[in-house]
Design a protein around this ligand. Structure first.
Ligand code: 5AD
Ligand code: SF4
Length: 420
């Protein structure tokens, strides 16, 4: 979501005649787009602001947008008094106001509107993978998560607006569409005639667009994985056989205190249905270790479920207490060294599963999407349908979508040869 927001901000300013620079000391405006999900990310923002302050031209405007702006609010100006703007995740479209009135401080952390999506100019060229935000915010209120505070309650964009953006992306270069939302499979829009549109409707319509060859969506909440959506994996071959559906923990007691009220049976049932609908589907998860009160045996259950489901491409994090969340004031906070030990053990286990899966791909032929050259320029990086990186020898006019025979694998990536 932040990558997408960054593109829209860049498009908004280039539309006004500005150009991008990677060099802070050249810039006339410096915008830090920020994430507040863990404390480390927030801390990094303030140390980066300190560095930018020293490196920038005296006349350059600088500030923050996104979730840290919303989390820190007006205290951001107290911490860094010469900051020019602080704009929350739903008000960054107001950024041009600071260019028009550079002497005033610009502050807006309001929530509740999705007007930013429609008030920003469309990008002239879309990237090969176009992110289309379809809903924002979250009503789940997991007890560890700051997102319901920073991005607010769940709002779904009108179906027509989502399709307009998708068609625009397809006509301007996109091959893959990734629908975005904090709770993307909770997408639900009711139009003025009472017609209800869900994510499955968006997928079905998007699959009809000839330019679009691959569709995916992220991130999904387990209990919103409804049968109509599961069925899409059976009926729409353009929907990639890959799904991020975070479980967070494998211990029922922890899930309860995380306020994620699903049983492991229900979660596994959903996965079974998905595998029946699409036998080659692979699942990825996010995990939090060291949630308050997590015992060794709770953690063992997380390790067990990771091995049982055989998640690929997963993310795991140490629990980080966040302001405005219930878990931050729960008793039995876990010591940092225990969190670190558990994270290392889980990461080991997830890496091993990933390596096994990667090795199982050797000798197979996968249809992959070109991402671009690697740093050396000697290779091209492609993405498999399961979001693995696949490296091939560089060549001119390489196809954007290529059939690649996988020749080797390690835990991080695959190697292959384009089949002509
Ligand atoms: N501490 C650690 N990880 C967190 N996440 C969300 N909040 C926290 C927190 N307080 C993780 C969850 C979520 C991902 C985006 O970030 O795993 O799925
Ligand atoms: Fe945060 Fe995701 Fe839980 Fe919503 S469902 S509160 S975004 S972790």
């Amino acid at each position: 979501m932040n990558v997408y927001d960054g593109w829209r901000i860049a498009a908004m300013l280039t539309h006004r005649g500005m150009v991008q620079t990677q060099n802070v000391s050249d810039a006339d405006i410096i915008i830090l787009n920020t994430c507040a999900v863990r404390a480390k990310a927030t801390d990094k923002v303030f140390s980066a602001l300190g560095r930018i302050r020293r490196a920038k031209k005296p006349s350059a405007l600088f500030g923050i947008v996104g979730c840290v702006a919303r989390e820190a609010g007006a205290t951001a100006f107290r911490r860094i008094p010469d900051l020019n703007f602080v704009l929350g995740p739903q008000s960054y479209h107001k950024l041009p106001e600071i260019i028009e009135n550079p002497d005033a401080k610009l502050f807006n952390i309001d929530l509740g509107g999705l007007e930013k999506f429609d008030s920003l100019p469309q990008m002239e060229r879309s990237p090969r993978i176009a992110y289309i935000p379809i809903q924002e915010g979250c009503n789940h209120c997991c007890t560890y998560c700051i997102v319901p505070y920073t991005r607010g309650r769940e709002l779904s964009r009108p179906f027509d607006a989502c399709m307009r953006d998708t068609i625009h992306a397809a006509k301007t270069g996109a091959i893959e569409i990734c629908f975005l939302g904090q709770n993307v499979n909770g997408y639900k829009y009711t139009d003025e005639n009472g017609n209800i549109y869900r994510l499955s409707d968006l997928i079905r319509e998007t699959a009809k667009i000839p330019e679009i060859m691959r569709i995916r969506f992220t991130s999904s909440y387990p209990t919103e994985m409804t049968d109509d959506l599961i069925d899409m994996f059976r009926t729409e071959p353009k929907l990639l056989p890959f799904l991020n559906m975070p479980i967070q923990s494998g211990a029922p007691e922890i899930l309860k205190r995380m306020n994620r009220p699903y049983s492991l049976e229900l979660y596994c049932d959903i996965i079974n249905k998905l595998r029946i609908a699409r036998p080659d589907i692979q699942i990825s998860s996010d995990f939090i270790v060291g949630f308050p009160g997590e015992t060794d045996s709770d953690f063992e259950q997380t390790m067990k479920i990771a091995q049982q489901i055989k998640y690929i491409n997963s993310y795991s994090f140490k629990y980080s207490p966040r302001p405005h969340t219930a878990a931050a004031i729960m008793p039995n906070q876990i010591q940092e060294n225990i969190k670190a030990q558990r994270l290392a053990a889980l990461d080991n286990c997830l890496n091993e599963i990933q390596r096994d899966f990667n090795e199982s791909c050797v000798d197979k032929t996968l249809e992959c999407l070109l991402e671009g050259p690697d740093k050396t320029g000697n290779h091209l990086i492609y993405r498999t349908p399961f979001m693995q990186q696949c490296i091939v020898a560089h060549r001119e006019n390489a196809p954007e979508l290529a059939k690649i025979k996988i020749t080797a694998a390690n835990k991080a990536s695959l190697r292959g040869k384009i089949i002509d």
